[in-house]
Design a protein around this ligand. Structure first.
Ligand SMILES: [Mg+2]
Length: 187
């Protein structure tokens, strides 16, 4: 028998939020480093599918070596309104955890330094996000959203625009509106 009140159930809802290109504007910094090294002018809009970045560059797969650059995150800015958005979700009573595929100590430091989380209790590191037991996942990678067992929300980016998925948010204003609507359904 479920003895939890509706209010308690709402409080238990967990939202897993991807880090790269959902709260951390990684691609902008990644391309900035590449453009400055190779004298190119590559912009995120040219990357129109997941995994297509190396084919758009002059350096091919060497592009992925930037992801191991120790100071990569020192130049990464938060995605617009992401901090405001995360705080709003928490104020609505959700638990927000961050789900990321790679263990990059500078990335975790970035999340803490930018005050998205105080400690690593709210951090899940897994390449397979279908293993995450949250009610929602917000992610920009189509595969993660497609494989997720509960409600997947695709955070729209140029590399996922062609993926057929109705449950999308284009920015953090839309994320907050989406969850306000969810809350009104339970109230
Ligand atoms: Mg991502």
């Amino acid at each position: 028998m479920d003895l939890q009140s509706p209010q308690k159930k709402k409080m238990n809802k967990i939202i897993a939020v991807d880090i790269d290109d959902v709260i951390a504007d990684l691609v902008t910094e990644w391309l900035r480093l590449y453009n400055s090294d190779y004298g190119d002018n590559l912009v995120p809009e040219r990357i129109t599918s997941w995994g297509a970045i190396s084919s758009e560059t002059k350096c091919g797969d060497k592009m992925y070596e930037y992801l191991n650059y120790p100071k990569l995150y020192s130049g990464v800015l938060p995605v617009e309104k992401s901090f405001w958005g995360i705080n709003n979700l928490r104020m609505m009573g959700y638990r927000v955890v961050f789900a990321t595929a790679s263990w990059h100590s500078e990335k975790i430091k970035w999340v803490k330094d930018n005050k998205f989380m105080d400690n690593e209790d709210d951090l899940v590191i897994t390449r397979d996000k279908s293993l995450v037991r949250s009610s929602f996942l917000i992610d920009d990678r189509p595969k993660n959203i497609r494989d997720f067992k509960d409600t997947g929300i695709l955070f729209t980016k140029p590399w996922n625009k062609d993926f057929k998925w109705d449950n999308r948010c284009n920015n953090w204003d839309e994320v907050v509106s989406y969850f306000k609507k969810q809350r009104s359904i339970w109230d």
